[in-house]
Design a protein around this ligand. Structure first.
Ligand SMILES: Cc1cc2nc3c(=O)[nH]c(=O)nc-3n(C[C@H](O)[C@H](O)[C@H](O)COP(=O)(O)OP(=O)(O)OC[C@H]3O[C@@H](n4cnc5c(N)ncnc54)[C@H](O)[C@@H]3O)c2cc1C
Length: 284
């Protein structure tokens, strides 16, 4: 199917793109177009104006800023997956990016686009939650920072205002170890997550001093597993199973085409345990 007719604007700067968004209610920003274009073709979205930021310069770098890693708005999943600094300090995000879609999607789709899209079964939002990432949004009144824990509001809804653009994602360098594991819709790690879990843990003398766990695919949005996090703090590796059992506290599991409520609840606990085991091993 073809999309409805729309006006296409190739922005030369973020300021210009923000101006177009502010002046045209309902306008949508396009980064890689990997989700926006299919949704327009299916007529799930019919914006009158599309602002393409793909030609804006200076947004495609991954930079080590000392206490955090900066990922620009136009950094593709493939670059995240192969980045040495992300591999070293944010393993869970590198794994989530490497298991996002196929090579075409990873070569066009951007990390910031995926975060802004906020699909309930997307991989990288789980890593953003576990790693305590910060989103930098630019709008008509300048920039503001939004914690990952406040960013994913509902299915396909982020905390960005309609006239804001996600210009950067920041990953704090908190030490410890992290990992992402998932069951994809086509089995293994392929495609969106039926259930996906990212974990970050900090350890001292064999005990977890702090941790964060992000779950995707099972609820209405990517969510922190606060029950499991509470259960694991102060425990050693033998506390992982009990923590995984609390993975779904506060999360309403949704049945969908890919599994019943009971099946997805079971998977969430299994993948919480698996990702925690890997994160604890990395942190030890
Ligand atoms: C075949 C296929 C398979 C896929 N498999 C997976 C998978 O296994 N796992 C997974 O997690 N994802 C998967 N995806 C989704 C893919 O990761 C996203 O489509 C992609 O990363 C979105 O980034 P983009 O740059 O293409 O965003 P776009 O498609 O350009 O935009 C997506 C949405 O986000 C908004 N947006 C984009 N960039 C910004 C920004 N900087 N600031 C504010 N709003 C913005 C747009 O307005 C739009 O609403 C798949 C997609 C396809 C087509």
């Amino acid at each position: 199917m073809y999309p409805r007719q729309f006006e296409y604007v190739a922005a030369g700067s973020i300021e210009e793109a923000v101006g177009v968004l502010a002046a045209n209610p309902g306008a949508k920003v396009m980064s890689g177009g990997m989700s926006l274009i299919p949704m327009m073709k299916l007529r799930l979205l019919s914006p009158e104006t599309v602002v393409d930021i793909g030609r804006v310069s200076g947004l495609d770098a991954i930079e080590d800023k000392g206490d955090y890693i900066s990922v620009g708005a136009l950094v593709r999943h493939g670059a995240v997956a192969t980045s040495a600094v992300i591999g070293e300090h944010a393993t869970a995000l590198g794994q989530a990016a490497s298991w996002t879609g196929d090579p075409q999607v990873r070569n066009r789709g951007t990390l910031c686009g995926a975060l802004a899209h906020a699909d309930l079964a997307a991989d990288t939002p789980a890593a953003a939650l576990a790693l305590g990432m910060t989103m930098v949004a630019q709008g008509p009144n300048g920039t503001r920072e939004i914690a990952a824990s406040d960013f994913f509001v509902d299915s396909l809804m982020s905390a960005l205002s309609p006239d804001e653009i996600l210009v950067e994602a920041r990953i704090p360098k908190r030490g410890g170890g992290s990992a992402y594991d998932k069951l994809g819709r086509r089995g293994g790690h392929s495609d969106y997550a039926v259930a996906g879990v990212a974990s970050w843990v900090a350890m001292s003398d064999g005990v977890v001093t702090d941790c964060a766990i992000g779950i995707t695919g099972v609820g209405t949005k990517p969510t922190l597993a606060v029950g499991a996090m509470e259960a694991l703090r102060g425990q050693g590796p033998d506390g992982i199973a009990a923590a995984a059992d609390r993975a779904l506290e506060g999360i309403t599991v949704l049945e969908d085409l890919y599994g019943s409520e009971a099946y997805k609840a079971h998977l969430a606990k299994v993948y919480t345990r698996r990702s925690l085991e890997q994160a604890v091993a990395a942190a030890s």
